[in-house]
Write a protein that binds this ligand. Structure first.
Ligand code: ADP
Length: 410
């Protein structure tokens, strides 16, 4: 390791005693792996990110227990090598379980599940529904199995939280056989985040009785969910994470006839269209600048018309979706904002709430402005029809918790 460490560190062991019975959380994506080692009481953690996997610039950015940062370069390194290095870095902390973020669990999994051969084969089989993510999840499971066969592993699927949706929300108005024979239905994603922030909102609200939340996870990927009494009743993403809100590079809802139109008129192939809708659309497509809202906000402030339109469209579409999702809730307690945009952009939150102007929503501008950079709190005023919260998401913590619960360790 020392040959490739570009930032030095003094004492990897500092604070080790606080990291009691830790769970390792792995989030293996198509070109990155996020990881966190979280103590049993959730108060202490080590975090890191392996990025640019497969490229010359592949590297691991690791933050030690005492907050020191180190970087390990692994030129050309793929998932297997990165996982070996990550496990070597964390070996000394004696983790007792591993929880994986699984993206697609199909219809099979409505809760977190302990890994066995069947679960692993299902993760691989479901790659038809999540081609970028499920194979990476499987690699993560196998890397841990190879080095620590005795450590129990759990998969927490992004789709699991939404398995409580009723048929009226999860079915598409398509021929029945597509659902029955080919599992074509709405699944929903970001379940771990929606579960975490809705549970947290129910802990901190003073509202009595059952709670109905609209949770808006606004990051690079964006989705909104209607959660009642802790259960997802409807959500904006569907069979794949392309449906729903406008996102960083994804278009969200569009006319399904666009594919045939582009094929006929421009001669585009299905693959080209798919790439365009997933990687070249959304905030990036409209602004022509970036998928990063910070860049777009700055350009908009300087008078860039396309940047201004991108922000307006984003907020209009989120507001319109939240308004329609409110129909799923028997009672509407409030809205929870989370994700990089939801947690940091007060102007975006304000514009979204302004789009929903018929709902009797009132918010305090100073409170809204203060809720940035990881702060948790409310922005509604006393006379608002519903509550408004900003709650930073913590998917790693939720995965660690569900992993411990699944294994009976809590
Ligand atoms: P991911 O979906 O990749 O996890 P994040 O939840 O980190 O993404 O969100 C990334 C988005 O959050 C980007 O569009 C980024 O511009 C936006 N964001 C982060 N910080 C700020 C900020 N201070 N102001 C506005 N937008 C922000």
């Amino acid at each position: 390791m020392s040959d490739s460490v570009t930032t030095t560190f003094s004492d990897l062991n500092a604070g080790k005693s606080k990291l009691i019975n830790p769970t390792l959380v792995l989030n293996c994506g198509s070109s990155s792996i996020k990881y966190a080692l979280i103590s049993e009481d959730e108060s202490t953690r080590i975090t890191g990110l392996a990025e640019n996997l497969g490229l010359d610039t592949a590297r691991i950015k690791h933050t030690t227990l005492n907050g020191e940062k180190l970087e390990i370069t692994i030129p050309g390194g793929r998932h297997e090598l990165a996982l070996q290095k990550i496990l070597a870095l964390l070996e000394q902390y004696d983790f007792i379980a591993v929880g994986h973020r699984g993206v697609h669990g199909g219809r099979e999994y409505s809760e977190a599940v302990r890994v066995d051969e069947h679960v692993l084969s299902e993760v691989k089989r479901l790659k038809v529904l999540a081609p970028l993510h499920n194979p990476a999840n499987a690699l993560g499971i196998e890397a841990v199995q190879a080095i620590y066969p005795e450590i129990p592993q759990v998969v927490v699927f992004d789709t699991a939280f939404h398995q409580t949706m009723p048929a009226v929300a999860y079915r598409y108005p398509l021929p029945k056989s597509l659902y029955e024979e080919h599992k074509i239905r709405r699944y929903g994603f970001h379940g771990t985040s929606h579960a975490y922030v809705s549970e947290r909102a129910s802990e901190i609200t003073s509202a009595k009785g059952s709670h109905g939340w609209l949770t808006a996870h606004l990051g690079n990927g964006c989705s909104a969910t209607a959660v009642y009494d802790g259960e997802s009743l409807d959500t904006s993403m569907g069979l794949t994470p392309l449906e729903g809100l406008m996102m960083g590079t994804r278009c969200g809802d569009i006319d399904p006839s666009l594919h045939i139109h582009l094929k006929r008129q421009l001669g585009m192939s299905l693959e080209e269209i798919d790439k365009m809708l997933n990687s070249e659309s959304g905030l990036l497509g409209i602004s022509g600048l970036s998928n990063d809202l910070r860049t777009i906000e700055q350009a908009a402030n300087e008078g860039h018309k396309d940047a201004q339109l991108a922000i307006e469209m984003f907020c209009y579409r989120v507001g319109k979706y939240l308004a329609s999702l409110s129909c799923a809730l028997p009672e509407f307690t409030g809205i929870v904002f989370t994700g990089g945009i939801g947690e940091n952009s007060a102007t975006t939150r304000a514009s979204i709430l302004t789009v929903m102007r018929h709902f009797g929503i009132q918010f305090d501008e100073d409170k809204n402005a203060s809720l940035v950079g990881g702060a948790e709190g409310s922005l509604h005023t006393e006379d608002s029809s519903i509550e408004l919260w900003v709650i930073p998401t913590d998917e790693e913590c939720q995965i660690a918790k569900e992993t411990r619960q699944t294994l009976g360790l809590d």
